[in-house]
Design a protein around this ligand. Sequence first.
Ligand code: FAD
Length: 337
Amino acid sequence: MKIQEQVSLKHFNTFGIEAKAQYFVEVTSEVELIELCQSGFLKNKTLLVLGGGSNILFTKNFEGVVIKNAIKGIVFKKSGSLIRVNSGAGTNWHELVLKSLEYGANGLENLSLIPGTVGASPVQNIGAYGVELKDVFERLQAIEITTGKVVTFTKDQCLFDYRSSVFKNDLKGQYIITEVTLNLHNTNEVNTSYGVLKLALKEKNIRTPTSKDISNTVIDIRQSKLPDPTKIGNAGSFYKNPVISKIDYVNLQNKYNGIPGFTQLNNKVKVPAAWLIEQTGWKGKKIGNVGVNPTQPLVLVNYGKGTGKEIKELSIAIQKSVHSKFKIKLETEVNIL
Ligand SMILES: Cc1cc2nc3c(=O)[nH]c(=O)nc-3n(C[C@H](O)[C@H](O)[C@H](O)COP(=O)(O)OP(=O)(O)OC[C@H]3O[C@@H](n4cnc5c(N)ncnc54)[C@H](O)[C@@H]3O)c2cc1C
């Protein structure tokens, strides 16, 4: 384990933003990580656990220690129709999806092609095309940073919510996730509840889709809509879809005929942030080196030489426009540092 100084993070974040880490250390095993936590080096320093950097916006240099999680490994265990998979937190998420499908373990197909690592997936309870991580999650193992102690978190303890968990709230910055255990299966059960996915399968004339069909279709949809971060810097959806009260939604409906909304529990309605952004005229806009993606306005992009500050300023301008038109507060999904 080597602690480096003044390391460029440009290739460690999918926005491709230039920022330097005061200290940078890559850990490849749990033992190494425990050693680092117990060495005293981290004491009184600001820390950042970094996976694939696909949900982070650096607006300045990071004065502290960046711990790059590179703990790999995937192990499957079969018991009847249940297939339990243990994955190291540094494994690439999409690699886990593909390896699971290859093994015959279904359940992750709707979450195909989400960038980043397995270790970050519980942090914001990743979700796409009708499925969230919590739907397949069993438990995770993490290291308590101040003591180096190994701790297990069950699903209930993770307090999963829409793009949220205990690791984004009460326990933020206190644990490093090292291993995630998911419950998959080898039955034919698939989830085609999500409208766009259903439509795409219909267009392909696939009536009884397999998990692989779902995965391929999700990959096709994503590739047609989302900019590839290896070509145009971005971190996927910059904002969460706001969830508002039914009364507020009905009032908006009276004013803006056609406003889309998805009914949630407790008399709430989820409104697509992309629609709100489009209605305020931001879709496809370019300001200097940064802009709003023309096909999916929820995605802010770095056209090459943009800075984190420029992206942050753009995001604030969008939030202001949406708030002034709809009185809705857009919350960021991306972690701004
Ligand atoms: C093109 C594109 C599409 C995307 N689509 C989706 C989508 O459909 N659905 C979705 O939910 N997200 C999506 N995202 C966002 C992103 O891919 C996910 O949030 C992903 O889980 C982030 O993983 P990461 O390893 O890159 O995390 P990072 O960006 O490195 O870190 C994100 C946060 O998690 C913390 N963290 C990372 N690893 C650990 C660990 N081992 N222990 C503790 N904390 C940790 C970090 O400190 C940080 O706070 C997309 C991003 C892009 C670029």
